[in-house]
Ligand binder design. Structure first.
Ligand SMILES: Cc1ncc(COP(=O)(O)O)c(C=O)c1O
Length: 489
């Protein structure tokens, strides 16, 4: 422990010196501190600090530097809204690399693609989805005025994590006939286990299927990874190029199959994306897709080997449910009273994890890790074991349950004037915002919901476990609508 504490003190000293040297720009200083610490990055972005940076962009950066390459749309460089030059060519190559009939590059993360796809395919309609969906999917429902139809999920009894949709989901799609089905491919914990009957039910009923593959752009590179979203049966998918393929943060792609309304998808993207896209981001998407096509199979085969090796030495402490799952998302089952303390010990031991929730720690073991990285992880795990006793109880984290349907339009509730009241006093009032345990960002309460005692108790339980809940202030107040505006019958 002495060593770990000394390291922490040394890093704190570095931080102070760094802040002074960087002229008081707090964000620059915070970044510089992380860069100076140079941890093994087992978290997004997937380039891991450059070890899996796509080679064409890396070479260009080495030759010209970041400032010379920072351009946006000027004559001759094409137009993201109406691609007709190098962006069109990059998108065509990207579509080919991912087995799609069309593709658009996203500079607003997978979020931009999810918003555009839901607006294009389900405006004012019904969208079937499991509860384990990122907040961007719910944001899309709010913007599109779409109503959720919840599909049941299987929760792992040991951890509470979703193991995918149940077989019953297909019958609900047949009965409810939604315009769109959204599936997580994979979930935040790497599960990609949509039952085949669901894809079939969607096809039979004419519902389009959107796969949220924010964490699944690398699927298909190796037979031990789940299949890519479009090959699995999706009609349209968002691929988080920055989360697993080495592109710069905020870079993603929307890909689709023939038959999808390309013009409508692009029209919605024009509403959402910046009119001054960063060409560094666009070029990183281009470069990452080229690298993927060239040597994705070789690099990911090694990454899977190393991840399986790490899971083997964790033994019973590795989460290995019997469902289709991405083995490079390594979950270390480590009950801890304070997830933050655990992450801090890992950080002091030189490893930045993706997240911890008191039940487990998630490490993303991409191609940048290698055998030396696995050794480094092993030493960090030992540091945690000796510094922090495991919590005695290994309670599952509360399983994601479908948030209750809102009682008024979500967008209207978000826009309506409100007031902040203590959470405990909010029963019977209409929520004016999302309440989202974070990470992983799956909403507990939707805006426009008239809060029941159960809704409030569920949020209080999340807070009681020490989880951060977005929408709840540190002094435990939430936004509710003023009674005359939102609380009418
Ligand atoms: C499952 C899932 N979907 C979508 C998103 C949104 O992706 P982005 O941050 O690239 O906008 C995230 C982000 O963490 C996510 O975890």
């Amino acid at each position: 422990m002495g060593g770990t504490g000394g390291l922490a003190a040394a890093r704190a000293g570095e931080g102070t010196r760094g802040r002074r040297a960087l002229g008081g720009a707090p964000l620059v200083a915070a970044l510089a501190e992380r860069a100076a610490a140079s941890p093994l990055r087992l978290c997004v972005p997937g380039h891991g600090g450059g070890g899996y940076a796509p080679s064409a962009l890396r070479r260009a950066l080495e030759r010209y530097g970041v400032w010379a390459l920072d351009w946006t749309e000027v004559p001759g460089l094409d137009d993201l809204a109406w691609p007709h030059g190098p962006i069109r060519d990059a998108e065509a190559r990207l579509a080919e690399a991912f087995g799609a009939d069309g593709a658009a590059i996203l500079v607003g993360g997978s979020t931009a693609g999810i918003l555009a796809a839901v607006l294009a395919l389900a405006r004012g309609g019904r969208v079937a989805l499991g509860a384990t969906q990122h907040r961007s999917v719910y944001a899309a429902l709010a913007l599109a005025g779409a109503r959720p139809v919840f599909l049941p999920e299987v929760a792992d009894p040991e951890t509470g994590y979703s193991l995918g949709l149940t077989e019953a989901a297909a019958a609900i799609v047949e009965r409810e006939r939604p315009a769109l089905v959204v599936v997580a491919h994979p979930t935040y914990q790497g599960v990609a286990a949509t039952p085949p009957a669901l894809w079939e039910a969607a096809r039979r009923t004419g519902a389009a299927v959107l796969a949220d593959a924010a964490h699944g752009a690398h699927f298909g590179a190796d037979p031990r990874l789940p299949p890519p979203a479009l090959a699995a049966g999706a009609d349209v998918a968002v691929l988080g190029l920055h989360k697993s393929l080495g592109a710069l943060t905020q870079t993603a792609a929307l890909v689709w199959r023939k038959g999808m309304p390309e013009e409508r998808l692009r029209a919605m993207l024009r509403l959402i994306q910046s009119s001054s896209p960063s060409y560094l981001l666009l070029a990183s998407a281009d470069s990452a897709s080229a690298a993927w096509a060239a040597d994705g199979a070789r690099r990911w085969a090694r990454a899977v080997d190393h991840a399986l090796e790490a899971a083997a030495w964790l033994g019973d402490e590795a989460w290995t449910p019997a469902v289709a799952r991405d083995p490079t998302k390594l979950l270390w089952l480590r009950p801890a009273a304070g997830a933050g303390d655990l992450l801090a010990v890992l950080r002091a031991a030189g490893v930045e994890a993706e997240y911890a929730d008191g039940r487990a720690v998630l490490f993303c073991l991409g191609p940048h890790v290698g055998r030396r990285g696995v050794e480094r992880l092993r030493r960090a795990v030992r540091a945690v074991r000796s510094a922090l006793p495991a919590a005695r109880s290994a309670r599952p984290v509360p399983a994601a349950s479908p948030p209750a349907p809102p009682d008024m339009d979500m967008l209207a509730a978000l826009a309506a004037p409100g007031e902040r009241v203590p959470l405990a006093a909010a029963v019977g009032r209409v929520a004016g915002d999302f309440l989202v345990p974070y990470p992983p960002g799956i909403p507990r309460v939707l805006p426009g919901r008239r809060l029941s005692a159960e809704d409030v108790a569920a949020v209080a339980a999340d807070l009681g476990l020490g989880r951060e809940v977005q929408g709840v202030t540190p002094d435990a107040t939430i936004k509710v609508l003023r009674p005359e505006r939102g609380a009418g019958p």
